[in-house]
Design a protein. Structure first.
Length: 114
């Protein structure tokens, strides 16, 4: 059976925000969309909080340089994505997976099975 994903976007949809994160010293390891927002995943919860505080909450930077979305550490994201997929699947009456894009240290997409 073919997997149904929550979005039909590709990595390029998120690339600008990933570039902003990396330009500011952050290293997202995954990106996806959950609850209609870009979702950025970092190795640690600490890095996710720092990125959120610097690039979403900081109103002193230009809107073009802000990153709006959900920010997670990897461990927290794994729990949350499973919960979200369960909700999507029940609501849609079929199995739905979150389409996750893995990112290398250069900000490029790394192909992996979701």
């Amino acid at each position: 059976m073919k997997i149904k994903y929550n979005i039909d976007k590709d990595y390029s949809y998120f690339k600008n925000e990933v570039d902003i994160l990396m330009k500011n010293g952050f290293k997202p390891i995954m990106v996806c969309q959950m609850l209609f927002e870009p979702t950025f995943v970092f190795k640690t919860e600490e890095e996710s909080k720092l990125a959120y505080e610097k690039l979403e909450l900081n109103e002193s930077i230009s809107i073009k340089e802000r990153v709006i979305g959900w920010f997670y550490g990897e461990k927290e994201f794994i729990k949350e994505v499973k919960r979200y997929e369960n909700i999507l699947s029940v609501n849609k009456g079929q199995q739905i997976k979150v389409k996750v894009f893995f990112i290398n240290e250069k900000g490029e997409e790394v192909k992996k099975d979701n």
